[in-house]
Design a protein around this ligand. Sequence first.
Ligand code: CA
Length: 231
Amino acid sequence: MNNDDKILIIEDEAPIRRFLDILTTGHGYQVKTVETAREGLKQIIAWNPHLILLDLGLPDADGLDFTKELRSWTDIPIIVISARDKEADKVLALDAGANDYLTKPFGSGELLARIRVALRSNINMGVIDNCKYQFGDVILDLAMQTVTRSGAIIKLTPKEYKIFTLLAKYMGKVLTHKQILKEVWGGNYSEHSHYVRIHIAQLRHKIERCSAQPKYIITENGVGYRLLSDD
Ligand code: CA
C-alpha cells in the first residue's frame, strides 16, 4: 500500500509513539514522529503534514492549548489521542478545534478508520467550492441553497438548513453541541443543547432513509454530531 498522505505523530510516550509509527507506516502513510509540541510545530511548518495525531499530555505543552493555537492559523485535521477518557475531556478537545478524539487504549482498526475519515474531511473542505454534497439520493446544493431527493425539493426550516450546511462544511469532523449552538443560534444559547437534539431529529427524519438508524448524521454520545457523505 502506498499513498502520499503525510501524518505527524506528536506523542512523548515511546511505546505508543512506536506503535502509531509502525501502524501508520505499515498502511502506506508517510510518517514523522516527534516528542514535544515545540518539535511538532517545527514539523508542521517545515513538512506540512495532512494530519496530526496528538497526545494531550506533552512535556512542554498541554495538547488543548496547542490545538487552540494551531486552529488560529490552520485547518489541518487533528485527531487527539489521550488517556483522559471522560466525556467532558472529549468535549473540551473538540471545542478547542480537534477533528476527532480517541481514548487509549484503542484498536488499530478504529484508529485507521478515523484517520481515513479525517483525511477525507480535509479533501471535502475543498468540495464546498463545488457546492454539492451527496447523501444517498439526497443532494445538498449550497449554491442553489436547496436540498433535494431524486430531484424533488425537501423543505427544511432555516435552522435545519443552517445545521445541515454547518455539518457539511466540517464533513467527517465531530461538532459539539456547543459549537452547533454558537454557529446556528448565537452565543446566548450555549446551555440549550436540547434545541440541537430536536432539530437534528427533524433533519434526520427528512434526510435519512431510516431516521432510527442514521447513516449520514451520526451521534457522538454526550458530545455532538458528525456528518458523513457518500464517497
Ligand atoms: Ca503523554
